[in-house]
Design a protein around this ligand. Structure first.
Ligand code: BGC
Length: 718
């Protein structure tokens, strides 16, 4: 539909009809996470939005590996396939929009939602996030890229003010959103937090200035759930759609723990936990227009109507908001009934894709030759939760899987004998869907016996210890240490059997005090429903190809944010004093050696890199090199090109990732790899002059991680 036609559709609406399109309601079927009733009189249908990003949060769906696992594949083609599969599942359940992907940069290693994000590097996040968006778009499902922007911690996320320089925003935090917009995201979700003093749901500078004027984004900006604070400020600041409406209590009470409790009750109702909205039965909250609505009084309901009627907000502002919302409708083919059929879901094929991503996202951090296993070894599989798959962390991204394979089951399928021992009581898995007392009960019923685990390890050829952290939306992890005595368990096991593989199911970096004592370490992140199958694949010889999308420090003190001002902030202000020196940029800048560097990951093959050249195609440098598999097994590698800038007027990271490409090589195979370095990868952002490429000599480094350099050359820019 042409812009003009959307304009006439808006012109035909009454104010009340317009307001139906700028404020979410409860889905009458109780399945969507967000719902717009549409305007029947004008053939504008209802719109259904669902979480995202690890799977479709409505009934049984494929529980894909956590987003960080996708980040660890460094493979945009795979991210696009996941997006497309999710799009198909969303459509098959009648949803139009997926509240995904999460592309916030990993700044704080303990952030509770790191598992929902891709990387600490803007280029990895941008390329994979954009591919995920394209995949959804291919199925006619709208992406809602989230959470825009500087939502890098969960501590006090609903009010914290991120005090961040324009340079750091431009160079680090914005690029993944810009890429999602360029890739066709249908909507953008404003983050809960403030940025430089303003709530993101009211941030005209970033919403109107950057998103609309600079990036020419035409769809709606959606609030995060209960993330709107004021009708006039939000409407004038660039927010188009309030989600999901505001509970009257939460709205009128002052902010307090009580209010947060109320919000949680709301959350449990939204998630369909019994008893839903028990103290506010849904049928008592039927708004005048007949739409069931547990939140009858919201900012973009009564308040916005009052503001328009009194002339505080011009009706043209509401028209503009509705125009943005209808642009999304139009993009999805919802106006005029020209929507293509989504096709049907092949549950097995999606399980296979989940397994592929989990396998490919696995990072071999260390291997003293213990892996791959030959297939003859007896195994002791030890771990608090090793008999359960790890399908994700807690919060709005939780998915009910179509089927699951635990590490114990996956390994049992391949090993001649497997003896399972928990060793320690189950580690609590935070869950918004949790039945109170479930974790307590599990710990009581299966306490775990460390002595039994140690003697099983002593008897087996190889011990596989499966450890995990406990991460959830709404709070950050307390530290990088593994909870529940798991470190002691690893040490006890390895003291009787050094042939120990530690499998880390983690949301991000963890501490590994035992790393020197064990034979091999795998990071499988939260591997999703095919957990155990992927683990068995890697243990028995599939070269995974995963590379760290985030630096693993020895402990929290290694990270650039290890300072109260920087994290968790002081007086609800978090100062991004480290500027652009986040992740490996910060480690290198301060000369801190990581435990495992960004980009690191071992292979069962061995690779030789040769013949590095740089040529120019107009303004753009092109890097060519040859990679050869000189090992004796098939292998996957990720070619990583870093650029070190010349000395210039401001300090810059010693090295930044400029381009990358995953490759898959048979024994003896050689591949010529050509990579163009985007102009921006050479540039820095200058508050006065914008993107600036300094003259001078740039080092081009091809490495197998940010610290493992294989080839190097230079190029000069006049
Ligand atoms: C989260 C969003 C999510 C929304 C709806 C919020 O708490 O921050 O990521 O999409 O809830 O569930």
């Amino acid at each position: 539909m042409a812009d003009r036609d959307i304009g006439s559709l808006v012109a035909a609406m009454t104010l009340d009809e317009k307001l139906r399109l700028v404020r979410g309601r409860s889905d009458p079927d109780g399945r969507a996470t967000g719902y717009l009733p549409g305007v029947e009189r004008l053939d504008v249908p209802a719109l259904r939005l669902v979480d995202g990003p690890l799977g479709v949060r409505d009934g049984d769906s494929t529980a894909f590996p956590a987003t960080i696992s996708l980040g660890a594949t460094w493979d945009p083609a795979l991210a696009e396939r996941v997006g497309s599969a999710l799009g198909m599942e969303a459509r098959s359940k009648g949803h139009d929009v997926l509240l995904a992907p999460g592309v916030n940069l990993i700044r704080v290693p303990t952030c509770g939602r790191n598992f929902e994000y891709l990387s600490e590097d803007p280029r990895v996040s941008a390329r994979l996030g954009a591919a995920y968006v394209r995949g959804l778009d291919r199925r006619g499902v709208g992406a809602v890229v989230k959470h825009f922007v500087a939502n890098n911690q969960e501590s006090e996320r609903d009010r914290v003010d991120a005090v961040v320089s324009e340079r750091a925003l431009r160079e680090l935090y914005l690029p993944s959103f810009r890429a999602a917009v360029a890739a066709g995201t249908a909507a953008v979700m404003a983050a809960y937090n403030r940025v430089n003093g303003r709530y993101m749901s009211e941030h005209a500078g970033l919403l109107d200035g950057v998103l609309r004027d600079e990036w020419e984004f035409e769809g709606p900006v959606v609030s995060d759930w209960w993330g709107t604070h004021d009708a006039v400020a939000a409407a004038e600041g660039g927010l188009d759609l309030e989600m999901p409406g505001v509970s009257p209590l939460a709205r009128h009470a002052t902010r307090s723990h009580f209010v947060r409790l109320v919000a949680q009750v709301d959350l449990s109702g939204r998630l369909g936990v019994d008893p839903p909205l028990y103290w506010r039965p849904i049928d008592r909250w039927v708004a005048e227009d007949g739409q069931p609505d547990p939140y009858p009084s919201s900012y973009f309901g009564d308040d916005l109507r009052d503001a328009v009627v009194s002339g505080t907000v011009p009706e043209g502002t509401v028209d503009r908001m509705v125009h943005h919302v209808l642009t999304l409708y139009d993009r999805l083919g919802l106006l005029g009934g020209n929507r293509e059929d989504a096709g049907s879901v092949d549950v097995q094929a999606h399980h296979d894709l989940a397994r592929k991503v989990a396998t490919r996202g696995t990072v071999i951090l260390k291997n003293d030759g213990l892996l791959p296993l030959s297939g003859d070894e007896s195994l002791a599989v030890i771990g608090a939760n090793a008999d359960r798959p790890k399908t994700g962390g807690g919060g709005s991204s939780e998915v009910t899987a179509t089927r699951t394979v635990s590490p114990v089951d996956g390994l049992r399928d391949r090993a001649p004998s497997v003896h399972f021992e928990r060793g320690v009581p189950p580690v609590a898995e935070p869950s918004a869907l949790d039945v109170p007392g479930r974790n307590w009960l599990r710990r009581r019923l299966s306490p775990g016996d460390r002595d039994a685990a140690v003697s099983a390890a002593a008897r087996a050829d190889v011990a596989v210890v499966v450890v995990q952290d406990a991460a959830t939306e709404s709070e950050d992890r307390e530290s990088l240490r593994l909870p529940g005595g798991q470190d002691r368990l690893v040490r006890a096991v390895t003291s009787v059997n050094p042939q120990t593989v530690v499998v880390c199911r983690s949301s991000g970096p963890i501490q590994m005090p035992w790393v020197d004592e064990v034979g091999a370490v795998l990071v499988t992140w939260y591997p999703g429903q095919a957990d155990g199958e992927a683990l068995a694949n890697v243990c028995y010889g599939t070269d995974p190809g995963g590379r760290l999308p985030v630096t693993f420090g020895h402990d929290f003190a290694d990270y650039p944010v290890a300072d109260d001002r920087r994290y968790p902030g002081v007086d609800q202000r978090v100062h991004y004093d480290e500027g652009v020196f986040v992740g490996y940029r910060g480690f290198e800048h301060r000369n801190v050696d990581p435990l495992f560097a960004f980009g690191h990951g071992r292979s069962y093959a061995a690779f030789a890199y040769e013949d590095l050249t740089v040529t120019w195609a107009g303004e753009t440098p092109r890097v060519d090199l040859t990679v050869e598999n000189i090992g004796d097994r098939h292998g996957r590698d990720v070619v990583q090109v870093y650029v070190s800038p010349p000395d210039g007027p401001v300090e810059r990271p010693p090295k930044e990732l400029a381009a990358f490409r995953p490759v898959s090589l048979a024994v003896g195979e050689r591949e010529q790899v050509s990579l163009t370095l985007p102009r921006r990868s050479l540039a820095r952002y200058d508050a006065d002059n914008g993107w600036t490429v300094d003259a001078g000599t740039y080092e081009i480094v091809v490495g197998r991680s940010s610290v493992d350099q294989r080839l190097q050359t230079r190029m000069t820019i006049e």
